[in-house]
Design a protein around this ligand. Sequence first.
Ligand code: GRF
Length: 218
Amino acid sequence: MRKVNIGVLVSGSGSNLQAIIDQIEQERLPAEIKIVISNNPAAYALKRCSKHGIPTRVVSHLDFRKREAFDVKMASILKSYDVELVALAGFMRVLTLTFLRAFPMKVMNIHPALLPAFPGTHVQQKALEYGVKFSGCTVHFIDEGVDTGPIIIQAVVPVYDNDTVDTLSARIRKEEHRIYPLAIRFYAEGKLKIKGHKVLINGGGKDDLPALHNPSLT
Ligand code: GRF
């Protein structure tokens, strides 16, 4: 099977990057990480790369006066590594159209809420304050908006009365690590078709999921 060349953009810990690396190493994801770029030189994600022999670059946004110039630099590095699909994994910068035009509908992101609820930042806190009974995570393609692009896959987790930001984040994070590599696999296998704002997944799963209730009905 063909391997898709991916570039991963990070800013922090890189646990999602690690999940992608692990799936590739276990030969469950037909992809190769050609380059990881961090805008933060202290990102732990960079250390993860050195353990796995993955090339890295640091491009600090502070060195650029305009967002577009930063984006041009990022896109040119990714192109020079022959990257086809870009995966944002805890990358804390908003990308402009300049970047998106270089990779149209080829940039994915993972977000720790059930979009379109709770876009933006500090979303676990917002979910707790709102009192939702379920939250989760979303893998989506990036468009010009913030967290508004076509949704590829979501995972739902319950929210309990005694949850804190930490406990809820940990429950969500576990699911992030499952669905992000899976979304990339669907892409690599040519299963994703974008129709309007919808992503159709050819043979991606059975339509037999049960309803969830929180609190449970019994
Ligand atoms: C995750 O919660 C992800 O949903 C959000 O940023 C966080 C990144 O975590 N976009 P990590 O760096 O992958 O550990």
